[in-house]
Design a protein around this ligand. Sequence first.
Ligand code: NOJ
Ligand code: CA
Length: 694
Amino acid sequence: MKPYALICATLAIVCLACQPQSSEENWEVTSPEETLSLHFMLTQKGAPAYILKRGDIVVLDTSVVGGFSFRDQPDLGEGLSVTSSRTNSFSETWDMPWGEQRTVDNSYNELAVDLRETQEPGRSFTITFRVFEDGIGFRYAFPEQEGLEEVVITDEHTHFALTGDHTTWWIPGDWDIYEHLYNTTAFTDIDAISKRDHPNLAQTYIPENAVNTPVTMRTADGLHLSFHEAALYDYAGMTLKVDADNMQWVSELVGGPDDDTKAFKTLPFETPWRTVQVAEKATDLIASKLILNLNEPNQLGDVSWFTPTKYMGIWWEMHLGKSTWDMASGKHGATTENAKRYIDFCAENGIGALLVEGWNTGWERWIGFPDREGVFDFVTPYADYDIQEVVAYGKEKGVNIIMHHETSAAPRTYEQQLDTAFALCESLGIHAVKTGYVGPIIPEGIRHHGQWMVNHYQKVVETAAKHQVAVNAHEPIKATGKRRTWPNIIAREGLRGQEFNAWSVDMNPPEHTLIVPFTRMLGGPIDFTPGIFNIKFDEYKPDNQVNTTLAKQLSLYVLLYSPVQMAADLPEHYEGQPAFQFIRDVAVDWDESVMLNGEVGDYLTIARKERDGDRWFLGSATDEEGRSFSVTLDFLDPDKTYKATTYCDGKDAHWNDNPLAIDIKEQVVDATTELPIVLAPGGGAAVSFVPVDE
Ligand code: NOJ
Ligand code: CA
């Protein structure tokens, strides 16, 4: 056996073992405990391909990978030979500075295959596969080589060959936005094109019958698969095209500045990881940390200047139409006085932060204005908002202000002001920003999910980090696990959030929040903004409502992980509400998360233990169907008894007919208790467990 190299990182043990080369006929690599095996081969045409198995079951059939089309270059991908190959084993545990658990296990076996064209021009590249217990990742690396300094990639040909017409939870492969409702269909029934004309999306571009990732599938045998990518840097985002004839996904990169141009690269370079998560149980997908593990360790070191927090916002009132972002309307929300009112409410209820939207000049020329360059100013407040006074008032009361930067999708204007904007945050002691990119990107042809914007979002993260600011991006690039490397990436939107309920013609149906944890959230935390108590809000928007019960709104604080968790409703809608106690109590940073049950799109129950404390919280929710089951509380400390406060759907509760009926009860429980949970149609339950000896 070759020597093990031991590398000690902060509280982590890294173990790296170089193993013998694989023989040429048998390029095979298994996961450390041999749950998955990946077989690499060259096809008769000399194209690289792999087969993925779980035990004896074929998960992905012969899937051709490693093909590229370039501008002014012949295609690459056939006529290749393997010049060498290497295998490695790797195992470490690493600590999350904040997160849904404290430590993460990262163990995999790796196979790297070096390939070269046997004919002119003789180009070479490497494919590296990592096989974990819970899935695989692979990526392409182009070394420096003569005659190939720069390439313009016009296509990447990565395939995932399916073994059946699996049930698929998908959103269309939109190059500009992820804010679509999920569809549940067989793979061959996917029809993204029919979603092109969406009345409530200021930007949407769906050029192909493709889906955005993460996209999740269930096979007839009940195996769950999710396809995505990890560590997306300096490259275009990947959508997956439906090739129904050959029953396979085919990569389609997002274009820009024209549809056929995907990425400009200088050699040497590596692509992002292409990932497949494989799980027997649907909830194992949520527990999987594969996407994070395929990212590099923390580059920022100590980020304790960011503390996970609950927050409120001068925000929902604009979505309801009670006030506006701009001042000219005469209904300006972000006034000094209103901010102080919210700060008082936050301080009284243990909510650590307040987001203030509409504080800066420019909002008069926001949505619908084609000429948005140079409009928003990220350092100049409106005349009725005294930013210094508000920040100082918040400090006095223990409430931090969250900065807001709506770029109106004019990223060049934003980049010009980036340093001064973040210097202002630093000078005010503000450590979190929410950014936004509503509208088509200026200039035309650049897409939210293309290479230029991938680099822009990264530039914002790095600039923010220099000023000790954490970023919560809306209309973002998708999450690909970069929060491991850049832990100032705290959350993002990149999905249909709560706000659609306030103004969209198609509001989020009850099943929405039961699909999101198994799809979008496999990429990372979401800023969903739960906690709407005034569920029907008829006084503001009679045709809109939230399609859940009140108890289900509470359950989302546990089910939809985020280190910034909003109490999204207005202070006056929380006043005098006993159920608000759960929001006051619930933690936002976790030591441990336990998946208790769940099926994609149907129901989900998770228990989480707070960091630096002994309390546990449980959330459970269902789609349109009412359900009842019981859960054993064996996650609790067996040596303790707890006061459990349960917030459950009340008698005859129903997401549409009777959403406010809620039963709040206290009982003493321990690790042997079987807790019955009854969920109304569109309902949920939330429970806090506090050790009684506290
Ligand atoms: C879209 C964001 O998703 C929303 O939360 C925000 O209020 C508006 N943009 C304004 O920036
Ligand atoms: Ca949005």
